[in-house]
Write a protein that binds this ligand. Structure first.
Ligand SMILES: Cc1cc2nc3c(=O)[nH]c(=O)nc-3n(C[C@H](O)[C@H](O)[C@H](O)COP(=O)(O)OP(=O)(O)OC[C@H]3O[C@@H](n4cnc5c(N)ncnc54)[C@H](O)[C@@H]3O)c2cc1C
Length: 526
């Protein structure tokens, strides 16, 4: 049972105190305590539930459970990295995995179901775009070779997988330095096919003109070849399971405890603990499960020794935030055309969308440019949670990539109006591809990037960490960090998604060589 009491935090130093209880912190704690039983580990969380994005909120009157992030866990096939990690954590017997037959359904202009089995996915694409069959095969070959090498990076670091070094060199020279959009344009002719194949970039909070092609290939490999699954009960269930493991092994998780400062001893240069809104906690080691940029700007003192790291963190480009429309329908979504767990709605005009985003990025506070670019013109993701787990209600969730900078402060009339506008626009677009759906909505609500920022403290409200741009600067945050007993873990240093964050936590537990850890920022796509 997670503690919420206001009792004083222990005077005796902890072996480790962790700021935040996102999925990476919880994974780290559960794995570390297995390897080092008896360690005194304390996890502090400012929110009133554990898990960060790996959590849910409920609306009992609507009979609805809304998941904050879990649509699909990649790497859940028998040989997938995450499935192996689930085994190590003894989670398999406690969870029920749902493998959807569809990778995703495409709607808007083209209607297509892309199967999760690569050969069937290939056939569906070749049927729809017969002139591009050769290019589709060549693309899938790139996924199999380069996507796989990149996907196996944790295994390489653990010394369990020998990559094809020649392919690796080619990938670094040619695939890492181009964007998804440029790569797809060089490989395919049909703009519709290019747009469809661009869609998985959404899973990492990126538009195709932003994301490095090699990183994208690994995401496609992870979804298709290592399979993705939903966990019945949703992401809160995963976080709860990890919390109870931590607590059963003697660790502690405290909610509603805001860490205000990491304490550094000026003489030794080492962290001595943290100051919270409930008092000070002393610890031999500190771990931060929050954005390094936020930590360096607000949690750590302005020491000169940290200046280069602060500068490096500031150079990273934040992945796009999300705006989410949560819907409860009066009927099963499958009965009105949302046949599969996931539907990707295509842009009406991908070229116009690209130009609209270019303008929005040039003036990111300008609502008149940003709203049409992100909400009106770009493709977006619709998840039918009912198809995955009907016990959560007739729930459909719509996600668009967005930018916090054009959102006014919360609780202002402008903010409320803006929420109404986004709900209206997204519903209208959804209704266009699934006519009549709107008439079945009996409840709706919106989470903006500001909501996400409030509940997770993540910079810019992004749930995906930093963008993996082709020109990305190295993220050396854990390497040669001047405060030697402090380290970072989270999507902000390991790449977005449960598989990347949980995998990174596992790697930290295994104490992978620091030189390797150091390059995760860019070398997450080997
Ligand atoms: C809309 C959306 C959908 C997604 N869907 C998927 C999906 O289907 N599959 C997938 O694999 N991934 C998905 N992701 C990504 C995935 O959710 C994230 O990569 C992952 O959950 C990030 O985990 P994290 O450990 O970095 O921590 P976070 O979830 O960012 O948690 C950080 C925690 O630290 C706490 N904290 C921060 N500062 C402090 C402080 N000072 N004091 C105390 N506590 C603090 C926060 O409150 C929070 O709980 C999605 C993300 C979003 C936004």
């Amino acid at each position: 049972m997670v503690r919420e009491t206001r009792d004083s935090l222990s005077d005796r130093p902890w072996d480790l105190v962790c700021v935040g209880t996102g999925i990476s912190a919880l994974t780290y704690g559960a794995l570390r305590l297995r390897e080092a039983p008896g360690q005194r580990m304390l996890f502090l969380e400012q929110h009133n539930v554990p898990g960060g994005y790996s959590s849910e909120f409920v609306r009992p009157k609507q009979g609805a459970r809304f998941d904050c992030s879990l649509h699909k866990l990649t790497g859940m096939g028998e040989t997938g990295n995450l499935r192996q990690l689930f085994r190590e954590l003894d989670l398999e017997s406690s969870v029920e995995l749902v493998f959807s037959p569809a990778w995703f359904q495409v709607a808007g202009g083209v209607e297509l179901m892309l199967d999760q089995v690569p050969s069937r996915m290939r056939d569906a694409l070749c049927d729809a775009f017969p002139d591009e069959a050769g290019a589709i095969d060549a693309f899938l070959y790139e996924v199999e070779v380069h996507g796989r090498n990149s996907y196996m990076q944790f295994e390489v670091m653990l010394g369990r997988f020998e990559p094809d070094f020649k392919a690796l060199r080619v990938a670094h020279r040619t695939l890492k330095i181009i964007t998804v959009l440029d790569a797809l344009r060089a490989r395919f002719k049909d703009p519709r096919l290019i747009e469809i194949l661009s869609l998985p970039a959404i899973y990492i909070g990126a538009f195709p003109e932003q994301c490095a092609f090699l990183y994208y290939l690994h995401v496609v490999y992870a979804s298709l070849y290592e399979r993705s699954a939903y966990m019945r009960g949703g992401s809160q269930q995963l976080s709860r399971l990890l919390v109870s493991q931590i607590e059963s092994m003697g660790g502690e998780v405290r909610l509603k405890t805001d860490v205000e400062q990491v304490l550094i001893d000026p003489d030794s240069g080492l962290a001595t603990g943290v100051r919270t809104d409930r008092g000070e906690v002393r610890a031999d080691r500190v771990m931060i499960n929050a954005s390094p940029r936020y930590a360096l700007e607000t949690l750590l003192p302005p020491l000169d020794a940290l200046a280069p790291h602060r500068a490096r963190a500031a150079e990273q480009v934040t992945a796009n935030a999300t705006t989410t429309l949560y819907l409860v329908l009066d009927c099963p979504p499958e009965s009105i055309g949302l046949d599969h767990a996931e539907t990707m709605v295509l842009a009406d005009d991908p070229l116009a969308a690209l130009e609209a985003r270019r303008q929005a990025r040039a003036q990111p506070t300008e609502a008149a440019l940003c709203e049409p670019a992100y909400w009106g013109a770009s493709s977006f993701e619709v998840t039918n949670y009912h198809a995955l787990d009907p016990s959560g209600g007739a729930v459909v969730i719509v996600n668009v990539l967005d930018d916090i900078r054009h959102w006014p402060p919360r609780k202002t009339p402008e903010y409320r109006q803006k929420k109404r506008r986004v709900a209206e626009q997204l519903l209208a677009r959804l209704d266009k591809v699934r006519p009549g759906l709107r008439g079945h909505v009996r409840y709706s609500e919106v989470s903006s990037p500001r909501t996400y920022e409030r509940y997770t403290r993540n910079s810019a409200g992004s749930g995906y960490g930093n963008l993996v741009l082709p020109e990305a600067t190295p993220n050396l945050i854990n390497h040669n960090f001047p405060v030697r007993n402090l380290s970072f873990l989270s999507a902000w240093i390991s790449g977005s998604g449960y598989e990347a964050t949980m995998g990174y936590a596992r790697m930290l537990v295994r104490s992978a060589p620091p030189a390797r850890l150091a390059r995760t920022g860019t070398d997450r796509s080997f």
